[in-house]
Design a protein around this ligand. Structure first.
Ligand SMILES: Nc1ncnc2c1ncn2[C@@H]1O[C@H](COP(=O)(O)OP(=O)(O)OP(=O)(O)O)[C@@H](O)[C@H]1O
Length: 269
């Protein structure tokens, strides 16, 4: 949970990014963002505004054209296990069992096999999949694969979890289940989460802070501090989502995003 004066684990300072030619248009422009210890930050914005690009910069998968991304005061120059990443389509290794998929990063880090297997099983248990440890990815449903991806990221005890629309491809019921699982994991581990979604309800019911981006160029235009997630349990999700405070904020954020979409349509005409 958030402290009164939380420490920034990640600082993104004045970041701009242009893909391709250096004089090409900026996808991201002058982004300033701090992720504080224990925060659950949700990033919303119209399609193509640069959410994934920003996440990839923080993950260390791409470098900004200008500005810097720093973790604990050290420049992010590549991916590393303190920052776990979960994408919408989890790239699981089809030839490996669920357990070996979860152990993969530990193996790369030369964690002894017995310890790695123990940890893999511990995290498979946390996501409710221990009985599927010997199954291959093709034997799992979409939601189960996403659980494996979460276990695989968490098994390294990352300080920051970067999630790019992880539940975007799931049906509504599974999605809600996964949200509750993630909320529980966040509460239990206290890790810092950056979570991209298109779904305003999902952002408001998970995040402690919701950021809204604009498009062309991508900038953070508004931020909202929220606390709905703190009171939500598996039984009370619906209750929170129909509260007047939730609905009011939802409407305000949807209005902001729709304004972005309308201005893009007007620019096309
Ligand atoms: N590797 C790349 N090379 C060139 N352009 C790219 C690359 N990746 C993304 N883009 C462009 O950058 C812009 C931002 O893309 P990005 O995927 O970051 O947006 P997004 O907000 O995550 O979109 P969505 O919500 O649809 O997933 C888009 O115009 C996209 O076409």
């Amino acid at each position: 949970m958030l402290e009164k004066n939380p420490t920034a684990i990640i600082s993104v300072e004045n970041v701009s990014l242009a893909y391709g030619a250096a004089d090409g248009p900026n996808v991201l422009e002058e982004i300033d963002l701090k992720l504080h210890e224990g925060e659950f930050v949700c990033l919303l914005g119209p399609s193509g505004c640069g959410k994934s690009t920003l996440l990839k910069i923080i993950a260390g998968l791409i470098q900004p054209s200008a500005g810097s991304a720093v973790m604990d005061g050290i420049h992010i120059t590549g991916p590393e296990w303190h920052r776990g990443v979960v994408f919408q389509q989890p790239p699981l290794y089809s030839w490996l069992s669920t357990r070996e998929n979860v152990r993969f990063g530990l193996k790369m880090r030369k964690i002894p096999k017995a310890e790695g297997l123990k940890l893999a099983d511990e995290y498979l248990d946390k996501v409710g999949l221990l009985q599927y440890a010997g199954h291959k990815p093709y034997e799992l449903s979409g939601g189960m694969k996403q659980r494996v991806a979460i276990a695989r990221a968490l098994v390294n005890s990352p300080r920051v979890l970067l999630m790019d629309e992880p539940f975007g491809a799931l049906d509504a019921l599974t999605r809600e289940e996964m949200q509750q699982l993630l909320r529980n994991i966040w509460r239990e581990t206290g890790c810092t989460i950056l979570f991209i979604t298109h779904d305003v309800d999902e952002a408001l019911s998970l995040g402690t802070r919701v950021l809204v981006m604009s498009r062309s160029p991508g900038r953070i235009i508004r931020e909202f501090t929220t606390s709905f997630t703190c009171g939500i349990t598996a039984e009370s999700t619906g209750q929170a989502r129909y509260s007047p405070a939730f609905l009011k904020l939802r409407e305000e954020i949807l209005g902001l995003i729709n304004k972005q979409k309308l201005s893009s349509i007007n620019n096309l005409n």
